[in-house]
Design a protein around this ligand. Structure first.
Ligand SMILES: *[C@@H]1O[C@H](CO)[C@@H](O)[C@H](O)[C@H]1NC(C)=O
Ligand SMILES: *[C@@H]1O[C@H](CO)[C@@H](O)[C@H](O)[C@H]1NC(C)=O
Ligand SMILES: *[C@@H]1O[C@H](CO)[C@@H](O)[C@H](O)[C@H]1NC(C)=O
Ligand SMILES: *[C@@H]1O[C@H](CO)[C@@H](O)[C@H](O)[C@H]1NC(C)=O
Ligand SMILES: *[C@@H]1O[C@H](CO)[C@@H](O)[C@H](O)[C@H]1NC(C)=O
Length: 527
């Protein structure tokens, strides 16, 4: 972790008349810069602004220090010199429709926001949920009761053997750390869009689990689909009812966060095992029918799996091959933590087997590895990891991407088991100030511009392949038929990029792409 020791403070004035990033540099091998915000100042995400039919708007962020710098470039004739990397997109070939992007209302997020003055915490919510001058998030995850990013273990009913859930209740954490900020976020969502909230449980109450604790491996007690399973299903319904009483209705849910971690008896925080067979039978026999029978939950999007992508295919196959279970499934949730164990193309395989299911990354954070853990202020490589993951997921039928904690403190917490990690916004809980990391801008490069309802479109390199190296790129079209192209250069060298649009014959955009930079390009369908 690299705390304190800011070695310089400088202003970068962007070409566009919006408030620029106030940079603060942190020590490190590379150019580690964050954008600093406080009670009177924060840089805005620039708007697309106006441009001519023969032009494209370009936003650029780079290791060298740019953050969403806006410029306008002009289409040239196709005969002009092509770049060293040539791409062609074709909006007549459309793939998945996008659901959106988001983050999570953890207890840690609320604890941190509560240390700021109310106008600064509100500004952080605006930074994420406003599409006018923020990331335009439209998805948010809500942990059901506690997880590791809480200060202790708790459930909504910790009274032993309360099978009728007579003591079920929301907690002070819901009242003071989650609900106020969810309601605030909803106010920033534009009227033509909706906040898609989804809930995820880490563990049933300790008394319902074989190991008697929310933490550590274990499963629901008793026979499969017996009275503990019935009670657990009722617990889900009560959760949605109690939140509805607070004027919060949900769009979706996952059945169990990282169910494979519940197989590890020594797992350090809240978890519960749920194998594919158990999830299939619980969903088809108990939970699915119960959710669909209630007016409040009948349209909830039910996501299965929610674990690392390495096991996704086998698990989804097992659940979906049961026609009764399959009829309750809307989507597949997955996390990014062990991506190196399975290629992103496994998502395309899942899509090919079950094309009606959407796929959504529902959690990711950097700084989670032992020894590389915690906060690393201004670390460009962490923004690069985010945009890399988002590009490869969306190239493989991912319909969105949901980040983890919206904000953390300088230590990367609070987290009751010391599992400190990084976040796009890190705040100083004593000075009413917050720092926007490169991850924040990586998310902006796609979340702000690719609105829900957009479609991914075909984009191929000169050999007719999906581009992966050295420059990663993915393209979308929105409801106004604008093209949105997101590029990431992970290399130590610059590239000259040319892009053709099949609906603009004879024309070409040429862009110089600096080493370690991200670019978003937007243009209209035709000249
Ligand atoms: C907030 O940041 C701006 C820009 O760096 C600075 O001019 C201002 O003094 C800061 N305000 C406070 C209250 O620290
Ligand atoms: C936040 O409140 C402080 C103190 O009341 C005030 O000086 C500041 O202008 C406010 N900032 C915003 C962004 O409203
Ligand atoms: C339920 O929890 C809320 C929030 O903590 C509290 O205000 C309320 O009194 C509780 N209700 C009961 C019946 O304990
Ligand atoms: C559920 O909705 C249906 C149709 O709108 C209505 O007839 C029924 O009364 C509702 N049930 C409950 C429990 O609200
Ligand atoms: C403030 O952040 C520090 C880490 O920088 C942490 O140790 C402390 O517990 C936090 N305080 C609060 C009130 O969250």
């Amino acid at each position: 972790m690299m705390l304190g020791g800011a070695i310089s403070l400088l202003f970068i004035i962007s070409a566009f008349a919006q408030r620029p990033c106030v940079q603060k540099k942190f020590p490190g091998a590379r150019n580690n810069v964050v954008c600093v915000c406080n009670s009177t100042y924060c840089d805005d995400i620039p708007s697309i602004g106006t441009f001519q039919s023969n032009e494209a708007v370009m936003f650029k962020s780079s290791l060298s220090g740019q953050r969403l710098a806006r410029s306008v470039i002009t289409f040239g004739a196709k005969s002009s010199k092509a770049g060293n990397l040539n791409f062609k997109l074709d909006a007549s070939k459309q793939y998945q429709q996008m659901l959106g992007f988001g983050g999570a209302f953890t207890d840690a997020t609320g604890i941190n926001l509560n240390t700021l003055s109310s106008n600064v915490s509100k500004d952080i919510i605006r930074q994420y949920f406003s599409k006018e001058n923020g990331l335009g998030y439209t998805i948010a995850r809500v942990p059901m009761a506690s997880c590791d990013f809480s200060t202790h273990e708790y459930s909504y009913d910790d009274i032993e053997n309360d099978f009728d859930l007579l003591n079920f209740n929301l907690t002070n954490e819901d009242m003071t750390l989650k609900i106020p900020y969810i309601l605030q976020a909803q106010k920033f969502i534009s009227i033509d869009e909706k906040l898609k909230l989804f809930a995820s449980p880490w563990s049933a109450p300790a008394w319902m689990k074989t190991n008697g604790h929310m933490k550590g491996g274990g499963e629901l007690k008793g026979e499969k689909n017996g009275k503990y399973y019935q009670t657990w299903s009722n617990y889900f319904l009560k959760f949605f009812e109690f939140y509805a009483k607070k004027s919060i209705t949900f769009w979706g849910m996952t059945i169990q966060n990282e169910p494979s971690s519940g197989l590890d008896p020594l797992y350090k925080w809240q978890t519960m095992a749920l194998t594919a067979e158990m999830e299939r039978d619980f969903l088809s026999q108990i939970l699915g029918p119960a959710l669909r029978a209630s007016n409040l939950t009948q349209n909830l999007k039910i996501m299965i799996y929610e674990d690392q992508r390495v096991g996704i295919k086998e698990y989804v196959d097992k659940v979906m091959k049961d026609p009764v279970a399959a009829k309750y499934v809307d989507g597949v949730a997955y996390h990014w933590y062990e991506d190196y164990l399975a290629k992103a193309s496994v998502l395309t395989e899942v899509h090919n087997s079950f094309p009606s299911l959407f796929q959504l990354n529902t959690e990711a954070c950097t700084g989670y590895l032992p020894f590389l853990g915690g906060v690393s202020l201004g670390d460009w490589s962490r923004g690069d990891q985010y945009i890399h993951s988002i590009i490869e997921d969306t190239q493989n039928f991912g319909s969105g991407w949901v980040d983890w904690n919206l904000c953390l403190n300088l230590q990367g917490g609070p987290n009751w088991v010391g599992n400190f990690v990084d976040a796009p916004i890190i705040l100083s809980n004593t000075t009413n100030e917050y720092y926007k990391n490169p991850m924040f801008y990586a998310l902006a490069h796609i979340s702000t511009f690719v609105r829900p309802g957009s479609f991914r479109i075909q984009l191929l390199d000169s050999s007719g392949e999906q581009p992966t190296f050295p420059v990663e790129v993915v393209a979308f079209t929105n409801s106004q038929s604008q093209r949105i192209v997101v590029l990431n250069n992970r290399e130590d060298s610059d590239h000259e990029i040319s892009i053709e649009d099949a609906q603009r014959p004879g024309q070409m955009l040429t862009v110089k792409m600096e080493q370690h930079s991200m670019i978003t390009l937007i243009w209209n369908k035709s000249a």
